[in-house]
Design a protein around this ligand. Structure first.
Ligand SMILES: [Zn+2]
Length: 449
């Protein structure tokens, strides 16, 4: 039995139901789970860590990403394009993706997230060049090596250009191929136990890249196994036009017609919802993964987060893929998301702390996890630590829950812990050689362009 005792923590930001901030408490971890949070704890069997200088936050939960896009970031030719043209340029590069490229890109994307406090990560992979059959398996392999929790989705594209879709024909797959691989992955990796390190989500790419059959059958399959459903929705005005012209419905009405609403569904972006559609999200408990930096970079628009939160719509935070961000830093999304809503909604915008909450317990909620997302007895010991004695935080330590939004944590964290295991500390990963993976990605990235 492994025990760790954090002594005299400067502040524990719990993100629990009472929004408690605990000053000078101890925190005991036993076998990866939080056992006690009290003052003056003693345990002779525990490894003791002095935390008198540290702020401790719940590990961040990233709810939307495309790891492979690490290979196509910061590309001068596409900096001014918007979603559809941007995708058309990129599909031509992504069709050459290989299994080793996806493995290296996944490692780099997840490692960057870990450096900035993430402990649970969701990915949406939907590009399957012909012959590449183990791409999702390689993502799980990378997550296991790094020591992070991964909810990987089996994405799909089935509507090629010749049938009115956006992706090239050689990047789309048949319904039978998509569904068989989805079921294989669920059986192999979907773990619902407390502290699970791997889960599977089904995630057809978007209304403009899959057909109706895949939407309906993916939902049936997901519900048979109790896994979540995810897709891009209401991201741009172009998408709304496409849905109305080609599918005869607005995006959310189309989703309802294929049985894609409910507490087991969350959409990426969700910018172009009207008032009635926000009510439908509320009534059905359908969630939204909010990606502020990507939405700004692609000039897509501002999601109505300031209206969604008071309605009780489940919201998580996300970096989105590295081709539209172009980094994997969820702490930056907290600050950006807060500032963007503040600029747009003025006094009606949520407080900065709300963005820390959607990045932690909000994300856990839309991924369906009750064992992570806050620092409470019985939850997994997933957390990140920030040193409090630098100039960055001088004069603002009375209210640490607001720091990520108001001040910004603008540097890699001091330490990231997943299930009681330190996976990153003082600039070093416990299980990987950071520079070696960065070099691999540089090489692959050159090949793809
Ligand atoms: Zn995306």
């Amino acid at each position: 039995m492994k025990k760790i005792l954090l002594k005299n923590v400067k502040t524990i930001v719990t993100c629990d139901n009472e929004d408690r901030q605990l000053f000078g408490y101890d925190l005991l971890i036993e076998d990866g789970v939080i056992k006690a949070i009290e003052k003056d704890l003693q345990d002779e069997a525990a490894e003791v860590m002095d935390a008198g200088n540290l702020l401790v936050y719940p590990g961040l939960v990233n709810t939307h990403h495309h790891f492979y896009q690490v290979l196509t970031r910061n590309i001068p030719e596409i900096q001014k394009l918007e979603l559809f043209d941007w995708l058309l340029w990129l599909y031509e590069r992504w069709r050459h993706l290989t299994s080793d490229m996806v493995h290296a890109a996944s490692m780099v994307a997840m490692a960057e997230l870990v450096k900035y406090g993430a402990t649970t990560i969701f990915d949406h992979h939907y590009v399957f060049p012909q012959g590449e059959k183990d791409l999702i398996d390689r993502e799980f392999e990378a997550a296991k090596t790094l020591g992070v929790r991964l909810h990987a989705s089996r994405g799909s594209m089935s509507l090629g250009r010749s049938e009115g879709g956006l992706p090239p024909d050689d990047l789309v797959q048949s319904a039978s191929e998509i569904l068989a691989d989805s079921e294989r992955l669920i059986k192999r990796y979907h773990d619902t136990s407390h502290g699970a390190m791997t889960q599977v989500v089904l995630a057809p790419c978007s209304p403009f890249s899959v057909d109706r059959e895949i939407m309906i059958k993916s939902a049936e399959l997901a519900r048979r196994y109790g896994v979540k459903l995810h897709t891009h929705l209401a991201e741009t005005a172009d998408e709304e036009d496409f849905c109305i012209k080609t599918l005869g419905d607005r995006p959310l009405a189309y989703m309802e017609s294929v049985n894609w609403v409910g507490e087991d569904v969350f959409y990426a972006h969700g910018i172009f919802f009207n008032d009635e559609e926000l009510q439908r999200l509320r009534e059905t408990g359908t969630g939204v993964a909010h990606c502020p930096v990507s939405n700004m970079k692609l000039a897509s628009g501002v999601a109505r987060i300031s209206e969604m939160l008071p309605l009780g719509i489940p919201v998580g935070l996300a970096v989105d893929g590295s081709a539209s961000n172009d980094s994997s830093n969820l702490l930056l999304e907290i600050r950006t998301g807060y500032l963007l809503q503040r600029l747009t909604y003025k006094e009606k915008a949520p407080e900065a702390y709300e963005f820390l909450k959607i990045a932690t317990r909000g994300g856990a909620g839309i991924l369906g996890r009750k064992d992570i997302g806050s620092l409470e007895v019985g939850k997994c010991a997933d957390m990140f630590f920030v040193k409090s004695d630098g100039v960055n935080y001088a004069g603002c330590l009375e209210d640490p829950k607001a720091i990520p939004g108001v001040i910004g944590i603008n540097e890699p964290v001091h330490m990231t812990m997943v299930g009681g295991e330190i996976i990153y500390k003082e600039g070093k990963f416990s299980h990987i050689d950071e520079a070696a993976y960065a070099a691999k990605v540089n090489e692959f990235s050159k090949k793809l362009r």
